[in-house]
Design a protein around this ligand. Sequence first.
Ligand SMILES: Nc1ncnc2c1ncn2[C@@H]1O[C@H](COP(=O)(O)OP(=O)(O)OP(=O)(O)O)[C@@H](O)[C@H]1O
Length: 270
Amino acid sequence: MGEKKIETKHSDFLLPSSAARTLVNLQQVEKIYPNGMIAVQDVNLKIKEGEFVSFVGPSGCGKSTIFRLITGLTEPSAGRLEILGGNPEAARKSGRLSFVFQDATLMPWCNVIDNVMLPLKLQGIPKIQQKEEAERVLELVGLKDYHKSLPRQLSGGMKMRVSIARSLVVNPGLLLMDEPFGALDEITRQTLQQELLSIWGKDPKMTVLFVTHNVFEAVYLSTKIAVMTSSPGKIAELIDVPIPYPRDSDFRTTASFSEIVTRVNGALKQ
Ligand SMILES: Nc1ncnc2c1ncn2[C@@H]1O[C@H](COP(=O)(O)OP(=O)(O)OP(=O)(O)O)[C@@H](O)[C@H]1O
């Protein structure tokens, strides 16, 4: 008889253990754009497997630049980055990085399941497997009855669910989300936050990096918050959110929640 595999969920522990491996390591990273703009400077950041780290900061403080550096879409002017154990470009090409943007960026002429299957099609995965995997993630995001719908037939929240499903279909080790819920109304936003935590909670190895302007959203979701300040962009403070998962909406009304929000707001003013 085979040995019983014991699965650990995020909800079983407070934060990823100190033994978890480092997935993202930025050392003294600087980015100066060709026009001389120092977008980020002296960025040091280590993120362990299984973390959910949000980046908050004023517009222009370099949040998207950090994402572009991590994904190898732009080169650092100084410093060193190690992502998923290699350089950023290798990490991107490994297929273990996924992105979700504020705009769902779906192909309007393709139905939901074809949109979700696309990353697997690009990887040359057999069609039957593409379909099975797409069905699995569409069920996770609550869209199993919408496989044949076209994007224009969906609400903004549903389009974002499709975009999240498409990012999950490759089983990413590292998921980067750049203001994914920024364009949604508050109720839909809170529903999707809850769903995202539930999806992340099922996979102890999934690491999420999440950009938001919303401090409440960052505190609700994250294990850690990187608070950024601008001119030039820097990580002013890395704040732990030592509240166990699962977190339900009551967490938003607790004293701990308010305390952490106050701390993040204080760091933003530095
Ligand atoms: N390609 C580029 N060339 C020159 N400057 C750039 C370029 N991209 C970004 N910048 C500048 O670098 C700084 C950081 O930009 P970035 O987009 O990373 O900020 P951000 O924090 O993501 O902003 P927002 O919250 O508004 O999206 C800004 O001053 C921006 O104008």
